[in-house]
Design a protein around this ligand. Sequence first.
Ligand code: FES
Length: 580
Amino acid sequence: MSFKPAKWPRKLRSQEWFAGTHKDAIYHRGWMKNQGLPADLFDGRPVIGILNTWSELTPCNAHLRDLAEKVKYGIYEAGGFPVEVPVFSASEPGFRPTAMMFRNLAAMAVEETMRGQPMDGAVLMVGCDKTTPSLLMAAASTDIPSIVVTGGPMLNGQFRGERVGSGTHLWKFSEAVRAGEMTAEEFVEAEASMSRSAGSCNTMGTASTMASMAEALGMALSGNAAIPAVDSRRRVMAHVSGRRIVEMVKDDLKPSDVMTKQAFENAIRTNAAIGGSTNAVIHLLAIAGRVGIDLSLDDWDRCGRDVPTIVNLMPSGEYLMEEFFYAGGLPVVIKRLGEAGLLHKGALTVSGAAIWDQVSDVQNWNEDVILPTEKALTQSGGVVVLRGNLAPDGAVLKPSAATPELMVHRGRAVVFEDIDDYKARINDEDLDIDETCVMVLKNCGPKGYPGMAEVGNMGLPPKVLRKGITDMVRISDARMSGTAYGTVCLHTSPEAAAGGPLAVVRDGDMIELDVPNRKLHLEVSDQELKARLADWAPSHETPDSGYAWLHQAHVEGADTGADLDFLKGCRGNPVGKESH
Ligand code: FES
């Protein structure tokens, strides 16, 4: 940790808008004053943008306006000037074709919102899956001092005496209906019991994972990730984060000071320890690309390889975020990494202190939830990076959510050309498939879908489910919801729509998965594979929507974060020219 706080007081970027007696300053201040703002708010104190992804169509973030009020208290108390700004909100449940396509659009819009306006610091009010990475990407590209405040998870779901988790039980109940073990009426009855309070998914899905990643990266205050949305301590977290961002602006503590290579390595190990979502791979690669940190898939495999998964939360385990909070939350996990020699202890956080100093005194209050190492869900919990002639640029698999017996498997490919083909044929009793087969899904990657849908955990055929089989090897260029599970090879790169070998897999080909040896192999000769690729031509449609077209034309592969090629890197925060 080598950060040296800047001198205070000094002139801030907001003063380029608000300072002086000339026409432009009066124009900027005067219009703001129509909100009833006292003159001294413009006197050179830090102007803090509360960038709020609140939206009634982003239900996981629908409570963020209330929480923003607490942030404002903290900012005022510390001598700052809060301005709440609505920003693009990529809702996971609502956006079509997939929220992932809009992560980069949100990041681009928020970046310009930060740079183009009088803002010295930012509070990133996020929660639902894509909202967290998109705002972190924007903050990284502007390098304006920023702190993350997540909305927190929902309370535990309960249905007929059973703990039910967001997403995880959606998949479970849906398969139960298809296997004839649950009625459609019971499924509908379970609906509301999965989402019984404000907040984001209560499993260790992508939202909880990304909240944990923000904390492990050092971009949120310690303890932020797990506090339930409706717990009074969530409001305290918002309040103190408001105080802290003002001090961060005074110190000039920027995202690039916090999000170092060491911070990313801490986050990767944390993801392994919590059994986090495979979506974190794509998001962290994209965020690193914005800071200019050289992070690769190999870093994921290298750093996560020997980290046990000790957080017993769905989808890998048994409990939910509420219990994780009561057990001590993420600080306990980070402490355990530190004790095991798996943490860069000196990594700086937005608190101004090193990450280790935040957690060295915490305690684990429930060893069923945060497990002792010898009882870990898996001893090597990191996301596995597979390579081979089927995935020359890599594919990922989450061992804690997979079936140990399927980690080494050889099977006959049953190929679905796209998600519509899968939907049309999967329930066909005549489909030539059994549990030893390998299900292959193409054209669901960043370009192909477009946007990279969360369909990689495609449901099993009913005739296999009826035998009581709950898992098969599945391979695709898609993503998987962080709340899902199974022996699922995801993010296969290059994707089919970009002419990767996945595009030319045929029914009946034999495929070998060997997780211990990190291998994903299509058993056809090099010559045959070359010939098939020479015959291949893209078949995906060009989208009508302007943004979808832009995305498809410029999105990079999942193996490097699926960012738009022209958005990578940090562009800083020059104040630009005055136009009046
Ligand atoms: Fe929004 Fe899960 S759908 S957090």
